[in-house]
Design a protein around this ligand. Structure first.
Ligand code: NFE
Length: 563
């Protein structure tokens, strides 16, 4: 008989996520339910606002991908107004995008996800001399890999452990048989975990060079960008370049080698397809190469849809085929509609409560996240989806880096369709995006040297519908806006974590998180490391997805770790 296990909250994510799994007698996940337990209702906050302000409000949806909500909010208004931006404004927006992505991906990997692969308790038993040798297996000049550095890291970790307060390492499933790294390999990753706490500051500062500040930039306006003086200033451009070079140095000498290490050690899990989940992958495109409305844009990382893992065809994405369902969400639609396009979307909460035993009512609503569907079908979004779409579209840099990785490990393409593949793809994407920065800076300086000093275009405000679509670090993000009498009449945001964390739809088709868990073998369902690892590989942001706290304020989790 299947047993039910609840992980609530799944920690080391932004926001609150509850996962319920049913595990069969053989120890495999038979069914999964993804539930967001907080309601925020940002859409309601937008109503009646001046459309030129929505970007500023929208970026408060999140504390992580703030810039992306800001840019989408501004772009949605630009779309409704028929406003355009000059090339220099597009370039500065792309440069902020790139810096934010490098910051976001590296921080997610080290601070939120890497401990699903390395075991801090095991690292305590490492030999620092051998750890130096391990680090050199993956890079000629590995980041902070001296024996004395590793000794200092061991001292810091031991102090943590002996204090009985594991701090950021509390609550882990240390010693779980799913951990496969040697003590020295664990120490290499632990060391970079600590290094990234300092390094992440650099890319955050790079965001602020053209964004004004971080995490909530303030330079974007409808029609362009206000950081024109920075874009015209050789010193500021050089400062951005320096910060990004330093950030990419860490990516090259720590992040990529570490991901290769875990990609090798956990290759068997990738080849078994663990965490693969859905077979459809979508991207709205990242870093626009031209100005104008979304449907006329080309992107550095292309837009498109791959269905059923068929790499022979990349389908165009049609914004009108997006719909959100609420059959298993705590919302209701007027007139009993089953799916609504976001331009006509509604955010009417209809909480149905839990079962008497405190578990989710899986036959009805069980999440504050709606179920977005493309043409009625669930899709995965995020770094892996972007890479699958770009690979299928024949993108040279993505094909090159993905093929080089699988050739190095001597594994087939199917490797990517897994939790491990998702985590590796995110690291490789950090490299591809970071490597695009010099060309963008070159374009900016050529424009400026050629006499183009425009960063803002005038526009005329008008009523109408507008939307903005592009990729955020966690996947496809769209904002949808209706303007009536000069003010916001309706606002909907469909964010990456909504696509991936979605509950089942009206046909009971699973979203990406749920699909990725079904079939997963569990070593010990009471220590669900495999589930946490797969969910973290998507980099969940539930603050975004539901756009707080437990109302009763009761303690929701306590973790005790014996060392
Ligand atoms: Ni709150 Fe986000 C990203 C957006 S949500 S982090 O990336 O948009 O998935």
């Amino acid at each position: 008989m299947a047993t039910k296990h609840v992980i609530d909250p799944i920690t080391r994510i932004e926001g609150h996520l509850r996962i319920e799994i049913e595990v069969d007698d053989a120890g495999n996940v038979e069914e999964a339910y993804s539930s967001s337990t907080a309601f925020r209702g940002f859409e309601a906050i937008m109503k009646g606002r001046d459309p030129r302000d929505v970007g500023m409000f929208a970026q408060r949806i999140c504390g992580v991908c703030t810039f992306h909500h800001y840019e989408r909010g501004v772009e949605a208004t630009e779309h409704a107004y028929g406003a355009t931006i000059p090339p220099n404004a597009r370039l500065l927006r792309n440069l902020i995008w790139a810096a934010q992505l490098v910051n976001d991906h590296a921080t997610h990997f080290y601070q939120l996800h890497s401990m699903d692969w390395w075991d801090v308790i095991s690292a305590l038993g490492a030999d620092p001399v051998r750890a130096t040798a391990v680090a050199h297996e993956y890079h000629d000049a590995p980041y902070n890999a001296s024996e004395s550095h590793y000794r200092r890291v061991l001292d810091r970790l031991t102090t943590f452990a002996q204090s009985g307060q594991l701090g950021p390492f509390a609550g882990g499933y240390w010693g779980h048989p799913g951990y496969k790294l040697s003590p020295e390999e664990n120490l290499v990753l632990a060391s970079h975990y600590l290094d990234n706490l300092a390094v992440q500051r650099l890319s955050a500062q790079a965001v602020a060079v053209f964004g004004g500040k971080n995490p909530h930039p303030q330079s974007l306006v409808v029609g362009g960008i206000t950081s024109a003086r920075d874009g015209l200033d050789a010193h500021r451009i050089a400062q951005y370049q320096f910060l990004m070079q330093k950030s990419m140095d860490f990516v090259e000498r720590a992040y990529l080698p570490d991901v290769e290490l875990l990609g090798r050690r956990y290759a068997d899990e990738a080849l078994a397809g663990h965490g693969g989940g859905l077979r459809n992958y979508m991207s709205f495109g990242a870093m626009s190469l031209n100005e104008g409305p979304w449907e006329r844009r080309t992107f550095f990382l292309p837009a498109g849809l791959v269905q059923d893992r068929d790499l022979a065809t990349v389908h165009d994405v049609d914004p009108m085929k997006i719909g959100e369902e609420v059959a298993h969400a705590w919302y209701t639609y007027a007139g009993g509609a089953t799916s609504l396009h976001p331009l006509r979307g509604e955010t009417t909460p209809a909480y149905e409560g839990l079962e008497a035993d405190g578990s989710l009512k899986t036959s009805g609503g069980y999440s504050w996240v709606k179920a977005p569907r493309y043409d009625g079908t669930p899709v995965e979004v995020g770094p892996l989806a972007r890479f699958i779409v770009a690979y299928a579209a024949g993108d040279a840099s993505v094909r090159g880096i993905m093929d080089a990785f699988t050739e190095k490990l001597d594994v087939p393409f199917e490797y990517w369709y897994s939790t491990v593949g998702r985590t590796v793809a995110r690291a490789l994407e950090t490299k591809v995006v970071g490597d695009a920065v010099p060309a963008m800076l070159g374009e900016l300086t050529r424009n400026v040297a050629g006499g183009d000093d425009r960063f803002f275009n005038r526009y005329t405000a008008r009523d109408g519908d507008g939307w903005a679509m592009a990729e955020a670090p966690r996947g496809s993000l769209s904002h949808w806006l209706t303007i009536r009498n000069g003010a916001v009449d309706n606002y909907q945001a469909i964010v990456p974590s909504t696509w991936n964390a979605s509950p089942k739809d009206g046909r009971d088709a699973r979203g990406a998180y749920e699909a990725s868990l079904v079939g997963q073998p569990m070593a010990d369902p009471t220590q669900p490391l495999e589930v946490v690892r797969t969910i973290h590989s998507f980099d969940p942001c539930l603050a975004c997805a539901v756009h707080v706290l437990n109302r009763d304020g009761q303690e929701i989790a306590r973790h005790e770790v014996e060392v």
